[in-house]
Design a protein around this ligand. Sequence first.
Ligand SMILES: C[S@@+](CC[C@H](N)C(=O)[O-])C[C@H]1O[C@@H](n2cnc3c(N)ncnc32)[C@H](O)[C@@H]1O
Length: 236
Amino acid sequence: MSAGASWSRVAALTAAVLDACDWPALGAIYCNDPVEARWPERRALVQEHGLALARRLLAALPRGGTSLWVGAGLAEVPVLLAETMRQGRQVLATNLRVAECELLNRALEQAVPEMPCRYQPVDARTLAAAAAFDHLGCVSVFTDPETWPVLSEVAYGRLAPVQIDVAKFVAEREQARELAAVLFGRLSRPGWITTTAEEVSWFLEQAELAGAAIEADEELVPTALVGDPVGLLQVR
Ligand SMILES: C[S@@+](CC[C@H](N)C(=O)[O-])C[C@H]1O[C@@H](n2cnc3c(N)ncnc32)[C@H](O)[C@@H]1O
């Protein structure tokens, strides 16, 4: 697919993908959330916040290059389209939920068959091992309640200290650290990381260990579905 698409074209294709989504099936995946009942609201949020994030990122990311999007879902549709179609970048999108990947891929195939990117239902570490990338997208992954039930509650301030199962917390923290280390270690420099305020510390720790300099963007935008504030880090 050639680069250089206008923002209105990216918005139109985003709308076409959203139109092609099987909303009742997606709703069943998103924690039995009756998402189809709130379809107009969700659709508007993905369009508004997803495109705002895409504009912000594309102002910083170089042409060409590769992004690895970890835990990518519906919210990332606009940015995946924008990177590919405006900036000529390769995008790799991974998500552990097989059914969600299938549904999103079906919508992409129907609405934008020429789009080369497909959601891959594999652990991000598998893709990271095989690809070089200069941008890592990691939005609400380290706070994912399905993957890290204890870390998620702690990160969102929903668990009182007396309620923490310390053994589980330590086990999850070590798994999360290992994931952050693999992803950070494979990011080329200069590189960029898009992540949320709640999970940025996983990467700040890795940057310190690696002696890398980090410049954090002041501007944060809310993500479309989870609503976490997301921003951009530059890594040197
Ligand atoms: C809370 S969802 C966030 C989805 C989306 N980024 C958003 O903001 O709406 C977290 C996602 O991270 C994915 N995830 C967690 N660990 C992962 C890993 N190691 N590799 C790939 N995806 C992962 C889960 O499968 C889940 O789809």
